[in-house]
Design a protein around this ligand. Structure first.
Ligand code: AP5
Length: 217
């Protein structure tokens, strides 16, 4: 299955992507994770992306599209994938459609995680991420047993640079301006399914998996 997760910053895309990708046995491809890995390795791509990420903006379409084109050509993504954080603009969505058409495939479904802005701010300001395995935690909603330490791999947890209040506000603005138009874009293709992404993580996962079942039925 070829699937896209869309939703505002902090909607829970990364959290749900892990469960949904495991359920579908497809790779989870997160453009945010790929950019962050490049930033921490100080690659050329990372140095370029960091300027935009720190300001709460988007990395230019051309850079992002080329990176995703390369990733989707890897063997593990040929039979299906879950994209988290891409596309994020209409030109990226058009480019993805073209990449898939050129390889004789198509996108199956787009799941939109629907959450209001107050909840997004609560989620982002308490988010912590593991430096070792990348697992996402929350100081209040999903806290590890020992503060600042990942239960899964024992490594240190950190707060993302772009989770500062002023950067969160800018990311929400950018989402409304550049990413929300994807809702109409995929709606017009009859590929969009909205999921209520409020409430416990397990409930949201169940709603997402129900939507996938209805699609496959
Ligand atoms: P990216 O990493 O994709 O950031 P984002 O879209 O802003 O999304 P987040 O990762 O902040 O949130 P999420 O929806 O994954 O939520 P999470 O599961 O962590 O991108 C970062 C930057 O990279 C962008 O700003 C941009 O600069 C650049 N970039 C990336 N892709 C790009 C593209 N295609 N084009 C251009 N630039 C691009 O959950 C958040 C918190 O809430 C966690 O603490 C979690 O534990 C908690 N939580 C999750 N679900 C629940 C729940 N149900 N109840 C309570 N708490 C919950």
């Amino acid at each position: 299955m070829r699937l896209v997760l869309v939703g505002p910053p902090g909607a829970g895309k990364g959290t749900q992507a892990e469960f949904i990708a495991a359920h579908l046995s497809v790779p989870k491809i997160s453009t945010g994770d790929i950019f962050r890995a490049n930033v921490s390795q100080a690659t050329q791509l990372g140095l370029e992306a960091k300027r935009y990420m720190d300001a709460g903006g988007l990395v230019p379409d051309e850079v992002t599209i080329n990176m995703v084109r390369g990733r989707l050509a890897e063997p593990d993504a040929l039979d299906g994938f879950l994209l988290d954080g891409f596309p994020r603009t209409v030109p990226q969505a058009v480019a993805l459609d073209k990449m898939l058409t050129d390889s004789g495939s198509t996108l199956d479904l787009v799941l939109e995680l629907v959450v209001d802005n107050d909840e997004v701010i609560r989620r982002l300001s308490g988010r912590r991420t593991c430096r070792g395995c990348g697992k996402i935690w929350h100081v209040e909603f999903d806290a590890p047993k020992n503060e600042g330490v990942c239960d899964r791999c024992g490594k240190e947890l950190y707060q993302r640079d772009d989770d500062k209040p002023e950067t969160i506000a800018e990311r929400l603005k950018v989402y409304a301006r550049d990413t929300a138009p994807l809702i109409d874009y995929y709606g017009a293709q009859s590929k969009l399914v909205g999921i209520d992404a409020e409430g416990p993580v397990e409930d949201v996962t169940e709603r997402a998996i129900d939507a996938l079942r209805s699609y496959s039925a």
